[in-house]
Design a protein around this ligand. Structure first.
Ligand code: ADP
Length: 396
């Protein structure tokens, strides 16, 4: 059977896609459709050495995907006939219902749509992505892989909010966690690298991208994570604040006359690094710090302070820690973030090797010293590959 999978990550304002072989991970083509719904939309499509850029209005997700399919044709790939075995979808919220890769049918699609109440910014875009591929690639099995799945079985105290239990039950309020596909993938890759089984390892993962989350994993099972009912909780992120006193919301409503829409916009788009410094991109933040910008410096220090608080909590929770993993855009690339997150922790068994940390090589790498009791690793994440493999396994 062919192991060719089309993976779609249909987000609120962008779509990422890949056509890849699930076994080898070889990518035949990939692309990103950006600024959907705005007049200056853009598609960057890559296939082998060819890079095509298309600019212009992309009214909606369906049209974005239709245009991306045209670019496949322009590079000589007909997705309908090339022999795709499965379509894999990243779906953000599976609620209490979905915690395994799931074959999509009408009922599943309706349930994902119903779960939009828990992820109003994400699940509706996922649903449109699924509807579009069902239409554009008829007859190919489609599989949903859920961002919340890895955290479904968090121990009860780690998944429970200390609020009215009846209210929580009635409205499905619990800590769900996100980025689960990435946390699971990098923790498994780390185990392979260390030639150990995940069941033998206690691991801490920092997924630091635009969104950022941490997890504590005992013996292959997630026992805590920093994101909650929504992806707003936990670490400081590009545009989200992470942990906040819940009292800030009613305070702003009273004192600053903000309504619900204002608060949602503030928390999702205008907080975090952007709120503190004006920029959400880590490279831009670095440049501001170099230029002596005090707000940017404070934003960075707050980011590190929060990250270390989670590290400390998870170290106590796990008791013995075998490895700490950094992944995603910031985690894989920022020498400073890794160094500052782990500085001065030698008495807890964490010995970073400064030169290894500063040396960039492709693939997984160890950045702790050889005799460090806790191994520190940089593990490139690959959610598309994890989704492709999950889809193929299910269809098989
Ligand atoms: P997303 O959550 O959008 O998938 P990514 O995992 O791609 O995010 O991470 C995006 C973040 O990674 C941005 O803040 C970007 O600045 C940061 N990043 C990318 N490359 C570097 C680099 N070389 N040094 C520092 N930060 C980087």
């Amino acid at each position: 059977m062919s192991d060719l999978v089309f993976v779609l990550n249909s987000g609120s304002s962008s779509i990422k896609y890949q056509l890849l072989h699930a076994k080898s991970g070889e990518v035949l083509a990939s692309g990103i459709v950006e600024r959907i719904g705005e007049p200056d939309g853009k598609i960057v499509h890559e296939a082998g050495d060819t890079r095509l850029i298309r600019e212009g209005a992309i009214p909606d997700h369906r049209d974005g995907l239709r245009q991306a399919f045209e670019l496949f044709n322009d590079t000589g790939i007909d997705l309908k006939t090339i022999g795709i075995t499965a379509v894999g979808h990243r779906v953000v919220h599976g609620g209490e219902v979905f915690y395994q890769p799931t074959l999509i049918n009408k009922e599943v699609l309706e349930t994902i749509s119903r779960l939009s109440k828990l992820a109003p910014l994400h699940n509706p875009a996922n649903v449109i992505g699924i509807e579009s591929t069902l239409e554009l690639l008829p007859g190919i099995p489609e599989v949903a892989v859920f961002d919340t799945a890895f955290f479904h079985d968090l121990p009860a105290p780690a998944r429970t909010y200390a609020i009215d239990a009846k209210l929580a039950a009635e409205y499905d309020i619990r800590r769900y966690g996100f980025h689960g596909t990435s946390h699971q993938y990098v923790s498994e890759q780390a185990a392979k690298f260390l030639e150990r089984d995940t069941t033998e390892l206690n691991q801490i993962v920092f997924h630091l991208g635009n969104g950022a989350s941490a997890s504590a994993i005992r013996g292959g099972r997630a026992v805590d994570t920093s994101m909650g009912l929504t992806p707003l909780e936990g670490l400081v992120m590009g545009t989200r604040p992470g942990d906040l006193d819940p009292g800030i919301t009613p305070y702003l409503m009273h004192i600053a006359n903000m309504d619900l829409a204002d608060i949602e916009h503030l928390l999702n788009r205008e907080s975090g690094l952007k709120g503190m410094s004006g920029v959400n991109d880590f490279r831009a933040l670095g440049k501001l710090i170099e230029s002596g910008d005090a707000a940017a410096k404070l934003a960075y220090e707050t980011y590190i302070h929060r990250l270390r608080a989670y590290l400390g909590a998870y170290m106590l929770d796990l008791d013995r820690v075998d490895d700490i993993i950094f992944t995603a855009g910031v985690g894989e690339n920022s020498v400073e973030v890794r160094a500052d997150s782990l500085s001065g922790l030698e008495r807890y068994g964490i010995h970073l090797d400064g030169s290894r940390n500063a040396t960039r090589t492709p693939g997984i790498r160890r950045i702790s010293t050889d005799d460090s009791p806790v191994t520190v690793l940089v593990v490139p994440t690959n959610e598309e590959l994890a989704i492709a493999r999950a889809a193929i396994d299910l269809v098989d």
